[in-house]
Design a protein around this ligand. Structure first.
Ligand SMILES: [Mn+2]
Length: 434
């Protein structure tokens, strides 16, 4: 059963913030893959956030002001197409099921919009997200403008509705956190399964198949992003997705994978030895990355700056690089100069939600924003050591990242992905079990 009130509340909140005006928010288009087939359809996240509706060819129209209205345009029922493509709600059932004030066939969108846009002071849309939609809405606005002599005015300002929507989506409500917990739990189970399965001689894609199997068998039909299954030197390629090499004894395996469940993403990275036992050099680097992650966790609490977890992680990583003789100089010196970026070139996290790299500004008025309860993000420090003359040979090709998903709570943060083994002993134990 769809919980209508959840989406109605979100629409009402957006309407309040709009003040007066009309918003037009389309869902995503279907995309052809080749020939007659399409990529698996994925709705637009913001459209879904406001509607709970997952069919393609749908548009949400909101009227804000004294008489707020929420209106859905969607595909009509079609017995013939439903035999081929499956169920569709149609306007009538969609109105009852999703709690709209009105619904119309999407074929009437243009004609109805000309009517609805008249005398609205502002037009809100995802401005700049899709050039075709921008052009279409401006043309529509022009048609309204042309009726000026009959006393109708067109909106005289066009605003990006995403500025409002993204601020709303940044703070997760209890429903969202509950879904994210489940997406995280399934993904953590998949990482456990991958650890049990991994051994020298197996292919990276065989490990990927184990991950996907675990996602799908729990109803998470899609990955939140393409899985990275990177053995040995490939772990130093940040977005390695070929996943087609043989796993070698003595190498590490870095897996960055998470499922999407009911429109919400999980994003977990674990790094572990292919043969189940960390070498001394691997252990040394791993302990540093793990300590950096702990420091970032400790800095994840309400009131702290978004940058605090990153700064904390960088401090530990940079000290570790000095200890390992990867860098020379002083701690403050290598942080100041950015020398540490040779081995740690990304930031320590990103917002997480419906999109794996979720929406929301990281800075407000040019300052890092402060963390608040309900904000969800990843904590993912790493260290990537490519072969070089000035790098101790024992460390060559060690690439390690450890990534968990957290939500800020009233007094700290909740780790959603704690079930994925992370300490040296937990990892060696689960790999020994097989
Ligand atoms: Mn991530």
């Amino acid at each position: 059963m769809t919980d209508i009130s959840l989406y109605q509340r979100r629409r009402a909140l957006l309407q309040q913030q709009m003040g007066r005006g009309i918003a037009v928010i389309p869902t995503a288009e279907e995309v052809e893959r080749n020939g007659d087939t399409h990529y698996a359809y994925r709705h637009d996240s913001s459209f879904y956030y406001l509607t709970g509706f997952t069919e393609p060819e749908a548009v949400l129209v909101l009227i804000a002001g004294d008489e707020p209205k929420s209106i859905l345009f969607c595909r009509e029922k079609n017995a013939e197409r439903e035999i081929w493509d499956g169920f569709r709600y149609g306007p009538e059932a969609a109105q009852a099921e999703f709690g709209f004030d009105a619904t119309y066939p999407v074929a009437q969108l243009h004609e109805k919009l000309v009517e609805l846009m008249g005398n609205q002071p502002s037009l809100f849309c995802p401005l700049g997200a899709d050039a075709d939609w921008d052009a279409r809405l401006l043309k529509l606005r022009g048609e309204v403008q042309a009726k000026v002599r009959s006393g109708v005015r067109a909106p005289n300002e066009v605003r990006d509705v995403r500025a409002l929507l993204h601020e709303m989506r940044l703070i997760k409500d209890s429903h969202e956190i509950a879904v994210m917990r489940r997406a995280a739990a399934i993904s953590a189970e998949a990482h456990r399964r991958a650890m049990r399965f991994t051994r020298p001689g197996r292919m990276e894609y065989e490990v990927e198949a184990e991950l996907v199997h675990e996602f799908v068998r729990h109803g998470a039909r899609h990955q939140a992003y393409p899985a990275i299954v990177a053995g040995g030197a490939s772990a130093c390629v940040l977005h390695y997705v070929s996943n087609d090499r043989k796993l070698r004894d003595g190498d590490l395996l870095l897996i960055d994978a998470g499922c999407e469940l009911e429109g919400y993403a999980a994003d977990i990275t674990r790094t572990f030895p292919v043969n189940g036992r960390f070498s001394a050099a691997q252990r040394d680097v791993y302990e540093i990355v793990l300590a950096a992650q702990s420091a970032a966790f400790a800095a994840s609490r309400p009131g702290n700056s978004w940058d605090a977890p990153h700064e904390a992680a960088v401090r530990v990583l940079a000290q570790g690089m000095l200890d390992l003789k990867l860098l020379t100089g002083t701690l403050d010196g290598v942080i100041e100069s950015g020398a540490y970026k040779r081995f740690y070139m990304h930031r320590t996290g990103h917002w997480l939600g419906m999109d794996v790299h979720d929406v929301g500004d990281y800075k407000v008025d040019d300052r890092w924003r402060s963390l608040q309860p309900g904000m969800a993000y990843t904590i993912e420090p790493g260290c990537y050591i490519r072969p070089a003359d000035d790098v101790p040979e024992a460390l060559w090709n060690i690439g390690i990242r450890i990534e968990d998903d957290v939500v800020i709570t009233a007094d700290g943060c909740e780790n959603l992905t704690a079930d994925a083994p992370k300490t040296l002993s937990e990892i060696e134990e689960i790999m020994r079990d097989e």
